[in-house]
Design a protein around this ligand. Sequence first.
Ligand SMILES: [Fe+2]
Ligand SMILES: [Fe+2]
Length: 150
Amino acid sequence: MAELSWCDKYAVGVESIDAEHKEMFDAVRELGSAMAQNADAAETGALLEKLVDATGKHFADEEAMMREAKYPGLALHAANHQRLKEKVEAFADRYSQSGAKMNQHALNFLRDWLVYHIENDDQRLGDWLKNRVRDLARAQAQPQAAGHSG
Ligand SMILES: [Fe+2]
Ligand SMILES: [Fe+2]
C-alpha cells in the first residue's frame, strides 16, 4: 500500500488542525520508512512514542477547541480520540517492551484509522467551525448594516 502523504483532500480548513495533522502524517511516514529499512525495535519504539506524543497533543488541542466553541459533537469525537489514543499507546507499549518489531499490518491499521478519523470526524468539525466563524462575522456585521445612518 502507498505510503501516507499529505494532500489537500485531507485539509479540514482550520490552519492549526491541518498543521498538526501534517505532523502526525510525518510521524507515521517516518515510522513506515524506518520499518522499510529494517529498523530495530528500539528505533521503531522511539518513533511510536513520538507518534503517541503528537497524537496526545493534537487530540487535547482539538478537544480544547471543541469545548471552547461548544461543539455539539464533542462527546462522540472525544470518545473516538480516546479509542485511537489507546490503540497507539498499546502498540507503543507492545513494541517497545517486547522488543518485537512493529509489523506492516499494525502500521496500516494506524494509518487507516488516522485517515478515516480526519476524513470524517475532523472534516465535520472543520466545517462546523468554519460555519460558526461565518455566522459570528455576519452577526457582527448586521448592526452596522441595520445602520446608524438615520
Ligand atoms: Fe479529531
Ligand atoms: Fe484531528
